[in-house]
Design a protein around this ligand. Sequence first.
Ligand code: GAL
Length: 359
Amino acid sequence: MRRSNLACAQYAAIAAAAVVLAVASILLSGCQGKESRKRDKVIIGLSIATDTFIIERWNKDIKIFTGAARDRGADVIVQLSAGGTKEQIAQIDFLLARGIDVLVVIPHDSEMLSGIVKKARDAKVPVIAYDRLVMGTPIDAYVSFDNKEVGRLMAKSLREAVPRGKYLVVNGSKRDNNSYIVRDGLWEVLGPAIARKEISIVDEIWLDEWSSDEALMRIGAVFDRTTDIDAISCANDQIAGAAVQLLSEYRLAGKVAVVGQDADISACQKIVEGTQLMTVYKPLALLAERAADIAVSVALRNTPMPDLTVDNGSGTPIPYYVERPYAVTRENIDELVIRDGFHSAEDVYRNAVDKEKKR
Ligand code: GAL
């Protein structure tokens, strides 16, 4: 018995161990199941900065991105932060606590997110910068348009319309890395003409925020000094709208060449009415769908081959996925903006005089 007892006792112990093991593996597989269930269903955290939801384009970005992510079997938790970078950091902390698999962020301030981004990546949550680059810390991907080309397109349109004359330049928010890249593209084209004294810069403004109110105030202060201006480069259509509003108060709307960015509906209407010369159209669907693709791939640990790499001051080359922007004028607005379904002809030509509608 003893032996047999021993044998029995051993069998009992082994059986008990087997039961414990079985239970453990079910639990584990259960967990693993939950893990793989979580993995199979990627959860994307989308953090969007302050000024964005009063700017027309971002509503489109959010809508297309979340739709595209869902089409790829992912869930998206969207966080809009009102009030600046502090709130955006709190929002990202909240997303991390929700167990997201990947973070997609549109930074309010490109320089101020390196701490929370490092925290996310230390927690094995990859980070993707959408449209605006996060500076100063390694990230997993940057998906945006060619923002230098945006600046070149703006400058080329102004140079064509005003080969000689006085220019006012209104750059975007100082907190947004895009503002500097767009400005570099502008200067690549304007610089040589300035050197040849074909054009002169009456003033160059840097905004604190992407705010049309701030633009009204700052451009208004320039107009108080002088309205002897032939061309105005505005970093986005909201700023262009402020410039055209002030020009109309001086009865100069349509007489001064104004360019912007984003192909907002009001800008497209001004272009067919003749009070704005050009805007930069960025096919947002291409960007948002590509970003959704990349977010899901990166979450599943297979980062797609980038188009380029970009330096964000972290010492690590960042995979950069680039989409092309287009110059939109009265001549090509139908084939670019309307044919793409970005705006309807009805909306674009809403205020246009009859002769325009018959085009
Ligand atoms: C920039 C973006 C522009 C414009 C601007 C204001 O980062 O590239 O398209 O919308 O923000 O929100």
